[in-house]
Design a protein around this ligand. Structure first.
Ligand code: ADP
Ligand code: MG
Length: 700
């Protein structure tokens, strides 16, 4: 039976119905996210080459980048070693010149004698032939007599990213075909008033001009309009998701009690920083509403997030409810348990720990306390969200070190209560554009001030030549009873080999270099209990030097550790290095971070790492990281379903993103059901655009 073809090909038909696209090309297109004609129209050029100035042959000089309108006089295929070279003699009314193409013998059927052609390319001097020639120019054959519409040469030419074996030139031709057929079917999804307020060009004009612009300015204008549109539609999705969450059920209002907060502050051994106070009052506002709080608290390592969480949890308890905090590892859960017991038990709050490795008796007891409500503050790991853990009245859920948890765990914890308020804490500063995208459904608060008296961690970049000195320094620190981390990175592809290298290094350090010290090893292949045992030993001060793969990344608190050595620092992202550095500088002693660059590291990599030595500000570092490595590489972002934007760029379009977010949120507030004709249009476009991309797609 023959495959059914739609009777009518439209903008929303699959791209394989486009003239010139076969099954193989359509498979390739699909890989690049181009499935329909519309997708192809949104496949914007990577850049442009301006070949719009036409020269005469007579005026050509070596080194020119020129366009000429010529006729082919004769042509020939030369063989040079194994390569075929296609050479054409061409002329206009002012003179003749040669052009050569390497390895494109098919041209002999295209550029035959007498054909009129537009050539755009570089003019070089050929030393052997002693003449100037075009080398591999772009070309366009012009039909005789018809009004010439240039696509590939002689204009501002769009350059597309190649997709597998689909060349940029092929794609350009196909885009042109699609534009000719479907451009007028495009319907602008942006609301009238947004277009007007932002002074944006219409969709049809923008799509036409982003591909074949009359000027580079117009190309830029068209591209930004399309980027804006992409952000707008995505932010509509986020706004809807946020409303859905807020409207799903009423949270309990927790009226903030100043008397209890004063008791809390009085029991602290320190004064809250200005930033902590500000964030606490933002949270106080959230807790007082019957819409569940859904807030992200960002703060560098050591900025004092725990105290903020504790203040909020104490309020939940004072109002007669339960609060819980979930940590990604047992050791962190235990650390929180100790800290929170110290902070909150004196106030009369009952703090209970629930973790994986408990004995059955202990565990049952903890579960019982949680279920009866006697446990007022519950600290735990994933165990908190498992079946069988039942709260009596969970009103506030805190999730620590967010990047270890996905959206799913966040939701699971939320489900343990009846629309509890949720506070998510992360020590990974996230650039604003990413925060608005990946955590767009959360309100963001930032602890941008460190508690006073913190010494800056002295940071230096060193290479192999300095290894001796570095080791001598470590010895002197160990001799002063300080502790040292040495981190050895594992790259996923060669994890086994590198684990072997890390282990070997550990053995050498233990046997030889630091034979007088106690050296420990911890890595990702160990069982969780083994890992915890090693970490506990280090925390207790039984180990002087801890060699590890990146498992120390998450916030283990060892105030006596003063040196963080990172091997092959060039392999890490800046944000990750910054996080690792945060493991030291937690006590009263001056701390150091030594970034060892490997022999093969490029100058560029060194320069990148140098940023760490220059600043301690996590947000500055995060922005640099985003700039240099792009959003996909950003720590912890991938598992949250970062959408793949086809036009917009999170690095350079942050201003557009902020505008689009404001507009989208305002739009959704005005038409929450998206039920007006305009609203339906927006919603349909959103669904088409973000189908299957990102975790936000569960919105009606
Ligand atoms: P993080 O934000 O990395 O989770 P913590 O909450 O663990 O940071 O705080 C780090 C350390 O700083 C803890 O020992 C905590 O007691 C201390 N701390 C928190 N807030 C202050 C403050 N305002 N002044 C002094 N020390 C503080
Ligand atoms: Mg912490």
């Amino acid at each position: 039976m023959e495959a059914a073809t739609p009777t009518e090909t439209t903008l929303h038909s699959e791209v394989r119905y486009l003239k010139g696209v076969g099954p193989r090309s359509s498979d390739l297109f699909a890989k690049a996210g181009v499935e329909t004609m519309e997708d192809l129209l949104y496949y914007v050029p990577r850049t442009y080459t301006d070949w719009s100035d036409v020269s005469t042959v007579e005026s050509l000089k070596r080194g020119d980048r020129a366009t000429v309108v010529v006729r082919v006089v004769s042509c020939d295929i030369l063989r040079h070693w194994r390569k075929q070279i296609f050479v054409a003699a061409i002329e206009d009314d002012t003179g003749a010149v040669f052009a050569r193409w390497f390895g494109q013998p098919y041209l002999k059927t295209v550029l035959t004698a007498g054909v009129k052609v537009v050539l755009s390319g570089e003019v070089r001097f050929d030393r052997f032939a002693k003449r100037i020639e075009f080398i591999n120019p772009a070309f366009e054959v012009m039909g005789e007599g018809e009004a010439a519409e240039l696509v590939h040469a002689g204009r501002i030419v769009p350059e597309y990213s190649q997709i597998g074996t689909l060349s940029g030139r092929r794609i350009r031709g196909l885009v042109k075909t699609a534009l000719d057929r479907f451009l007028d079917q495009l319907v602008d999804p942006l609301p009238e008033n947004v277009l007007r307020a932002r002074d944006l060009p219409g969709l049809v004009e923008s799509v036409a001009e982003v591909h074949f612009p009359p000027s580079l300015e117009r190309a830029a204008r068209a591209r930004s309009r399309l980027a804006y549109e992409e952000f707008f539609l995505f932010q509509v999705l986020i706004a809807l998701k946020k409303r859905q969450l807020a409207g799903s059920a009423d949270a309990v209002r927790i009226a903030w009690r100043d008397d209890e907060h004063v008791r809390f502050m009085d029991s602290l051994s320190f004064k809250l920083t200005g930033a902590q106070k500000r964030v606490i009052s933002e949270i106080a506002g959230d807790l007082g509403r019957d819409e569940p709080m859904n807030r992200l608290l960002q703060g560098d390592v050591g900025s004092g997030k725990t105290a903020v969480a504790a203040a909020a949890m104490h309020q939940a308890v004072s109002a007669g409810h339960q609060a819980a905090i979930m940590a990604p590892t047992e050791i962190l859960a235990e650390q929180h348990f100790e800290n929170l017991t110290e902070l909150l038990a004196p106030l009369g709050d009952r703090v209970v720990l629930l973790r994986g490795g408990m004995r059955v008796g202990e565990r049952d007891e903890a579960l019982g306390l949680i279920e009866s409500g006697e446990a007022q503050v519950v600290v735990g790991t994933h165990a908190l969200i498992q079946e069988g853990t039942n709260f009596s009245d969970l009103a506030l859920a805190v999730v620590d070190e967010q990047h270890r948890f996905g959206v799913v765990q966040r939701a699971a914890l939320r489900d343990k209560g009846n629309a509890p308020h949720v506070l998510v804490m992360t020590a990974t500063p996230i650039p604003r554009t990413l925060a608005l995208t990946v955590y767009g459904d959360l309100d963001v608060a930032v602890l941008d001030e460190m508690p006073p008296g913190r010494e800056k961690v002295v940071t230096a970049v060193r290479d192999e030549a300095a290894r001796r000195k570095v080791y001598d320094f470590l010895k002197s620190e160990v001799a002063s009873a300080r502790q040292v981390f040495i981190v050895y990175p594992l790259v996923e592809e060669s994890e086994k080999m590198e684990l072997a290298a890390a282990t070997k290094m550990y053995e050498r350090l233990k046997e030889r270099t630091f034979s007088d010290a106690t050296v420990g090893l911890v890595h990702g292949r160990m069982k969780p209990e083994e890992k915890d045992a090693v970490m506990e030993g280090f925390k207790a001060g039984n180990t002087d030097i801890l060699v590890s793969t990146t498992v120390v990344e998450v916030g283990v608190d060892v105030p006596n550790a003063t040196v963080m050595v990172i091997e092959h620092a060039e392999r890490f992202g800046l944000a990750q290095l910054h996080q690792l550095r945060g493991r030291v500088g937690r006590g009263d002693h001056q701390s150091y971070c030594i970034l060892m660059v490997g022999r093969g590291a490029s100058d560029e990599a060194r320069e990148r790492i140098q940023v760490l030595a220059d600043t301690n500000d996590g947000f500055v570092i995060a922005e640099k990281d985003l700039e240099m490595r792009g959003p996909g590489e950003f720590l912890g972002v991938r598992q949250h379903g970062l959408p793949k934007f086809s036009v917009a760029d999170l690095r350079s379009d942050s201003r557009l993103l902020v505008q689009a977010r404001d507009d989208a949120f305002a739009y959704v507030a005005g038409d929450p059901d998206m039920s007006t004709p305009e609203g339906r249009l927006v919603l349909d476009a959103t669904k088409r655009r973000f189908k299957g991309r990102g975790a936000f797609m569960d919105v009606g």
